[in-house]
Write a protein that binds this ligand. Structure first.
Ligand SMILES: Nc1ncnc2c1ncn2[C@@H]1O[C@H](COP(=O)(O)OP(=O)(O)OP(=O)(O)O)[C@@H](O)[C@H]1O
Length: 265
């Protein structure tokens, strides 16, 4: 793709944050992910791309054990965050999900006030004791998600009353309120208009200074705009994983080339 604006951010020797080795995922007997090995870097945006049904969301959900909530889903292999096996017996998935936050395709604010949407995580994880500290976390999270100015005078209003784009930024604020190390985003802009999408993309670029961000996207333009690393999945295989500029200008695999040039998908 020659007319694609590529993110200028360089990938410079970032530490590996998530290491996956030999990851297989099954839904009943059907295998959705086949022996995936990948090193996801810290302070970097990594995009997962590939045709519908290739396993992007399934693999993303392995990274904070969201697949545990699907009865027929079985995950095998080894996934480590900072060297720690996240499937080890002693790992509490609820605590893990505070460290590895997630934002979904459709904004899903709790049926609570804007304030309580953000305060919920820090409260249940016991991250703050005093009301004034909680107020600070709420304000900082909303500022970081670039929505503070729009909501600061109506923190008691329901989160569900915001526009779609505002709701998605609220959900991002909610995910970062527990001070996660990794932020997983599953097609976070697919329900948003182009202006709201642009705001969320700017936000993603800003967030990578603090977190490792992994985003599933159907939009190759979006992958090129926001990510520094791209993983191309096809039929459950991780076909190619490299710098985003390389994937979009000079991929090594013919299947990647065919996908980015629109020959299938
Ligand atoms: N809860 C589930 N139960 C059974 N099979 C599932 C489930 N979720 C996903 N699958 C299957 O696993 C495979 C991978 O699906 P997944 O949703 O991970 O792909 P994807 O690349 O994210 O697709 P899309 O881009 O359409 O969202 C598909 O064959 C899908 O039908």
């Amino acid at each position: 793709m020659t007319n694609m604006r590529l993110n200028e951010g360089k990938v410079v020797n970032r530490d590996v944050k998530i290491q996956a080795r030999g990851v297989d995922v099954f839904y009943g007997k059907a295998q959705a992910i086949k022996s995936v090995d990948v090193d996801i870097l810290d302070k970097t945006v990594t995009a997962f791309i590939g045709p519908s049904g290739c396993g992007k969301s399934t693999f993303l959900r392995c990274l904070n054990r969201m697949n545990d909530t699907i009865d027929i889903c079985r995950v095998e292999g080894d996934i480590r965050i900072d060297g720690q096996d996240i499937y080890a017996k002693e790992i509490d998935p609820v605590q893990l999900r505070a460290r590895v936050g997630m934002v979904f395709q459709k904004p899903n604010p709790f049926p609570k006030s804007i304030y309580d949407n953000i305060a919920y995580g820090p409260r249940i994880h016991g991250l703050v004791n005093k009301k004034s500290d909680l107020d600070d976390v709420v304000e900082q999270s909303l500022r970081r998600a670039s929505i503070w100015e729009e909501v600061k005078d109506r923190l008691d209003a329901p989160g569900t009353g915001l526009s779609g784009g505002q709701q998605q930024r609220l959900c991002i604020a909610r995910a970062i309120a527990t001070a996660p190390e990794v932020l997983l985003m599953d097609e976070p802009c697919s329900a948003l208009d182009p202006i709201a999408t642009a705001r969320v993309e700017e936000l993603i670029d800003d967030l990578r200074s603090s977190f490792s961000v992994v985003i599933v996207t159907h939009s190759m333009q979006q992958a090129a705009r926001v990510s520094q690393k791209t993983a191309f999945f096809h039929l459950g295989d991780l076909v190619e994983y490299d710098d985003t500029t390389k994937i979009f200008t000079n991929p090594s695999d013919q299947k990647t080339q065919d996908y980015i040039t629109g020959r299938f998908g």
